[in-house]
Design a protein around this ligand. Structure first.
Ligand SMILES: *[C@@H]1O[C@H](CO)[C@@H](O)[C@H](O)[C@H]1NC(C)=O
Ligand SMILES: *[C@@H]1O[C@H](CO)[C@@H](O)[C@H](O)[C@H]1NC(C)=O
Ligand SMILES: *[C@@H]1O[C@H](CO)[C@@H](O)[C@H](O)[C@H]1NC(C)=O
Ligand SMILES: *[C@@H]1O[C@H](CO)[C@@H](O)[C@H](O)[C@H]1NC(C)=O
Ligand SMILES: *[C@@H]1O[C@H](CO)[C@@H](O)[C@H](O)[C@H]1NC(C)=O
Ligand SMILES: *[C@@H]1O[C@H](CO)[C@@H](O)[C@H](O)[C@H]1NC(C)=O
Ligand SMILES: *[C@@H]1O[C@H](CO)[C@@H](O)[C@H](O)[C@H]1NC(C)=O
Ligand SMILES: *[C@@H]1O[C@H](CO)[C@@H](O)[C@H](O)[C@H]1NC(C)=O
Length: 446
C-alpha cells in the first residue's frame, strides 16, 4: 500500500493540478467579497453564513449541509445528508446533526443563520427582538487574534465539516464534525478509546424518526477494545467482543470478504489508546453505518437498481435482541415487533407511529392489590439476563410460592417461573423464578 506505482503517482499529480486550477478563481472571488450570504459551495469564509434555503455541497457532490426538518416535524436542524439520494428519494438521509438537542421553531427559522465567526466559531443564531441569540455553537476559537480573516469551514468529500485557519501558509484544524459524531459511523470517521482521558467514543441514536435528539441507545467504545450497545446509559445488551488483531471477537464476518468496505484499520498507541476506522472500495458509493432508533447498529448501502437503501449488516441481528425495544410491559416478536401484555395499552401511541416503542405500555385499569387481582399466564417468554439474575430472583420448588411472594407485596407487578427440565435429575428438579418489581423490560416471545 505504501509503494505507489508510477502511473498512479502521475495521475495524482494531474488531479492536484486540476484542483488548483479550478479552485483558484473561487478563492480570489471569496477573499474580495464582503457579502454575508453565499451560494452553493463547499466552503464558507469568516463572516459568511447560510440562511434557510442555502446549503454547502461537498466538492464530489456526495454530501450537502443545510437546514432540514425531519419527516413532518416543524422543527429545524442543521444537518449533513447524502445529496443525490435526497434528490431521488425526496427524503434526507441525515448523517450528522449540529443542534440535535436545540431545535429551531418554524417561526424562528426565517431569521436564523448558520454563521462562521471571525474568531473561529461556527454558530447557529436566531433573531430575537433584533439581537442574534446563539442556539448552538462549536465553541471553537483560533489560536490567533479574535478577528482572523483566514478562518474557513469546508464540507469534505467524506462529510467531515472542518473549520481551519492559516498562519505562515500552514492550515490547521480548529474543529471538525468527525470529532463530534451524532449517530453515524461514516467511512473514514475514527472511533476508539483514549486511555489518557479514559474517554471512549460514543454515538447516540435519534429519539425517533422525526426527532434527532439523544435517544435511549448508545454505541460506546470501551478500554478493552470492544464496542458495545447500551440501553439508557445503564444496561449493556450487545458487545462486539474484543479486537483480536483481525476482527472483533463476535464479528467474525469482518475477516471474510467485505467487498464494499475496502479495509478496516485498527491503530493502537503505546499508552493503551486505540482508534478504529474503515474505508470504502468505491468512494462515490453512498454507504453509512449508524445506530438506528431500533437500537441496532446498521450498515446501509444505496442500491441504484432498487432506488432505496439496502441493509448489509446489523448488530444485534434481530430486533428483539435489543433490550427495551418495546418499553415496559410489552413483548417483542420478530413478526409483529411490539405488543402490549394483555390488560395493557400503548403509553404513547403517536410515538409507536414513528417506530419508537420505548414508551412501552400502561395498565388499562389500575390494580386493586390483593383484592381480587389475578395473574395472566404467558408462555414461551424469554426474560433478559438482568432480571433473571437480579436480587429479586428466588429459588422455589413450586410455582405457587412464586405467586404468593408476588401477591404479598403491592409493588410486585409480575413473576416469571422457569422449571429446570434437566431430564437426568430425578430427585429434586430445581426451579427458579423471578419476581418483578416496578417495570418489566426486555421480554421476548420465542
Ligand atoms: C425556501 O424555499 C421554499 C421552497 O422552495 C420557499 O417556499 C421559501 O419561500 C423559501 N424561503 C426563503 C426564506 O427564501
Ligand atoms: C458550547 O458551550 C456551551 C456552554 O458551555 C455548551 O452548553 C454547549 O454544549 C457547547 N457546544 C458544544 C457543541 O459542545
Ligand atoms: C473583522 O474585520 C473586518 C475587516 O477588517 C471587519 O469588517 C469586521 O467587522 C471585523 N469583525 C469583528 C468581529 O471585529
Ligand atoms: C433512564 O434512566 C434515567 C436515570 O438514570 C431514569 O430516570 C429513566 O426513568 C430511565 N428511563 C427509562 C425508560 O427507564
Ligand atoms: C491504560 O492506562 C492505565 C493507567 O491509567 C494502564 O495501567 C493500562 O495498562 C493502560 N492500558 C493499556 C491497554 O495499555
Ligand atoms: C461506484 O459507485 C457509483 C455510485 O453508486 C457508481 O455509479 C459507479 O459505477 C461505481 N464505480 C465502480 C467502479 O463500481
Ligand atoms: C415490597 O418490595 C419492595 C421492592 O423490593 C420493597 O422495597 C418493599 O419493602 C416490599 N414491601 C413489603 C411490604 O414487603
Ligand atoms: C438447571 O440445572 C443445571 C444443571 O443441573 C444448572 O447448571 C442450572 O443452573 C439450572 N438452572 C436453573 C434455572 O435452576
Amino acid at each position: 500500500m505504501n509503494t505507489m506505482s508510477t502511473p498512479f503517482r502521475a495521475l495524482r499529480l494531474i488531479a492536484l493540478l486540476l484542483y488548483i486550477l479550478s479552485f483558484a478563481p473561487h478563492h480570489h472571488h471569496s477573499i474580495s467579497t464582503t457579502t454575508a450570504a453565499i451560494a452553493a459551495h463547499d466552503t464558507m469564509f469568516a463572516g459568511q453564513s447560510l440562511t434557510i434555503n442555502q446549503t454547502l455541497v461537498s466538492r464530489n457532490g456526495k454530501f450537502e449541509l443545510g437546514f432540514f426538518t425531519p419527516g413532518n416535524s416543524k422543527k429545524y436542524y442543521i444537518g449533513i445528508w447524502f445529496k443525490q439520494v435526497a434528490a431521488i428519494q425526496k427524503k434526507k438521509t441525515v448523517v450528522w446533526v449540529a443542534n440535535r438537542n436545540n431545535p429551531i421553531a418554524t417561526d424562528d427559522s426565517f431569521s436564523s443563520e448558520f454563521k462562521l465567526l471571525e474568531n473561529g466559531g461556527l454558530v447557529l443564531l436566531i433573531l430575537v427582538s433584533s439581537s442574534n441569540i446563539p442556539v448552538w455553537s462549536t465553541n471553537s476559537t483560533t489560536s490567533r487574534a479574535m478577528n482572523d480573516s483566514s478562518v474557513e469551514v469546508v464540507l469534505g468529500d467524506d462529510a467531515n465539516l472542518v473549520i481551519s485557519s492559516s498562519s505562515n501558509r500552514r492550515r490547521s484544524v480548529i474543529w471538525q464534525s468527525f470529532d463530534h459524531p451524532t449517530n453515524a459511523f461514516l467511512p473514514g470517521l475514527k472511533l476508539g478509546y483514549n486511555n489518557v482521558t479514559k474517554k471512549g467514543s460514543k454515538l447516540t441514536s435519534w429519539r425517533n424518526s422525526e426527532d434527532p435528539s439523544d435517544g435511549i441507545y448508545s454505541f460506546e467504545w470501551w478500554a478493552d477494545r470492544s464496542f458495545n450497545i447500551i440501553w439508557n446509559n445503564s444496561y449493556k445488551f450487545y458487545t462486539s467482543g474484543v479486537w483480536n488483531g483481525r476482527f472483533f471477537g463476535s464479528v467474525p464476518e469482518m475477516n471474510v470478504g467485505h467487498g464494499l468496505m475496502s479495509s478496516f484499520e485498527f491503530t493502537s498507541k503505546e499508552d493503551g489508546s486505540y482508534e478504529f476506522t474503515y474505508f470504502l472500495s468505491n468512494k462515490s458509493l453512498p454507504l453509512n453505518t449508524f445506530l438506528d432508533t431500533s437500537g441496532q447498529m446498521k450498515s446501509i448501502v444505496w442500491s441504484t437498481e432498487a432506488r432505496d437503501w439496502t441493509i448489509i449488516w446489523s448488530k444485534p441481528l434481530r430486533r428483539c435482541q435489543v433490550y427495551g425495544v418495546c418499553g415496559a410491559f410489552a413483548v417483542c416478536s420478530e413478526n409483529n415487533i411490539c405488543q402490549c401484555l394483555s390488560g395493557f395499552t400503548q403509553r404513547y401511541p403517536k410515538d409507536w407511529g414513528f417506530l419508537d416503542y420505548s414508551g412501552g405500555c400502561v395498565r388499562k385499569t389500575s390494580l386493586q392489590c390483593s383484592n381480587g387481582d389475578s395473574f395472566t399466564k404467558m408462555s414461551n417468554i424469554r426474560l433478559p439476563d438482568q432480571i433473571s439474575t437480579s436480587a429479586n430472583a428466588l429459588v422455589v420448588d413450586i410455582a405457587k410460592k412464586c405467586e404468593l411472594a408476588c401477591l404479598q407485596n403491592c409493588s410486585c407487578k409480575a413473576y416469571a417461573y422457569a422449571t429446570n427440565s434437566s431430564s437426568s435429575s430425578t430427585s429434586s428438579s430445581s426451579s427458579s423464578s423471578a419476581v418483578v418489581f416496578g417495570v418489566c423490560y426486555g421480554m421476548q416471545i420465542y
